[in-house]
Design a protein around this ligand. Structure first.
Ligand code: BV8
Ligand code: ZN
Length: 255
């Protein structure tokens, strides 16, 4: 990210206009992806991946078929991510989004944070009622009796971890090919339709149905802002682009 530290690449006018859009908004929807956790040290899906990720494509491991074929391998991969995440702290971008929620609500502006991330760093930063489109790395569910619990102790002692009923437990995330939780998708769609300002932050916009939210917001007349060091699938529909890291740009917007 070093080449993004010089001021001109942050195109200051964009920071000011984003702040202006926020001040005038009546309803704000934010969609975040792995990029907002990058500055916390959590590798994104499309970065050069470390650990198990170097040898496996997440779309091959994050599937019900992979778990059925090799529950030990898949749960070991998720446990590696839990161990890495357990050491991570929320970064300035997460904290700025929690602050934006507080300011919006104090100003009578509706606000909804929708995330594709499964690390729960938004909640750690103080964001409340986060819509988790893809579940959480910390929730684990028994595939026999269905009992689901948040598990924070790392690492697991065995793979797959077992329920007291003896059944293998799986991570409470949405795998590729699985439907998103109906209440999460309904809340996200409603927020995208209701908002007059949609912030797409740290997502490459390649996973559906999450990637359609920006277009839903655009169709109902919202202004769209993209915060990302790279172009994305949504760059052509956004009104304002901020080409930089969210951990540096968001605090500037709220300054
Ligand atoms: C479903 C949990 C149907 C698990 C995840 C062919 C075409 C189109 C769609 C499909 C297709 N084949 C299959 C599909 C559907 C599929 C899909 O979209 N596949 C993709 C790969 C093509 N979708 C599904 O399967 C979904 N379910 O459709 O079900 C259905 C309906 C009814 C009944 C039965 C079935 C389920 C999708 C959810 C999958 N689970 N996560 C886990 O984590 O292990 S997805 C996972 O990957 C993440 O949650 C996230 O959503 C996605 C990664 O995307 P990003 O977050 O955008 O991250 P990425 O690395 O891509 O990009 C990072 C960005 O950050 C980059 O742009 C980078 O520039 C930027 N960045 C980097 N640093 C910073 C930064 N930005 C800001 N600041 C920085 N510092
Ligand atoms: Zn059980």
């Amino acid at each position: 990210l070093s080449d993004l530290t010089d001021r001109e690449t942050w195109n200051d006018p964009a920071v000011q206009s984003c702040a202006g859009l926020i001040d005038n908004a009546q309803s704000i929807a934010v969609l975040t992806g792995a990029g907002v956790s990058a500055e916390s040290g959590i590798p994104t899906f499309r970065d050069a991946l470390t650990g198990l990720w170097a040898r496996f494509d997440p779309t091959q491991l994050a599937t019900p078929e992979a778990f059925a074929a090799d529950p030990a391998l898949v749960t070991r991969w998720y446990d590696e991510r839990r161990v890495a995440c357990a050491r991570c702290r929320a970064n300035a971008g997460h904290l700025a989004l929690a602050e934006l929620e507080r300011r919006s609500k104090a100003a009578g502006c509706r606000f909804r944070l929708i995330t594709q991330n499964v690390d729960r760093l938004h909640q750690l930063a103080g964001s409340s009622d986060v819509v988790e489109l893809h579940g959480s790395l910390w929730d684990w569910r028994c595939t026999h009796c269905g009992e689901q619990r948040e598990e924070r102790a790392v690492p697991f002692a065995e793979y797959p971890p077992r329920c007291h009923c003896g059944g293998p437990r799986r991570p409470g995330v949405v795998w590729f090919g699985e439907p998103l939780p109906s209440e999460a998708i309904a809340a996200a769609w409603a927020a995208a339709e209701d908002c007059d300002l949609f912030l797409s932050i740290g997502t490459s916009g390649q996973v559906e149905p999450a990637a359609s939210l920006a277009r839903v917001a655009a169709q109902t007349g919202a202004r769209l802002v993209e915060i990302n060091p790279q172009p994305t699938t949504q760059s052509d529909v956004v009104d304002l682009v901020m080409r930089g890291p969210s951990g540096a740009l968001l605090p500037l917007v709220l300054a």
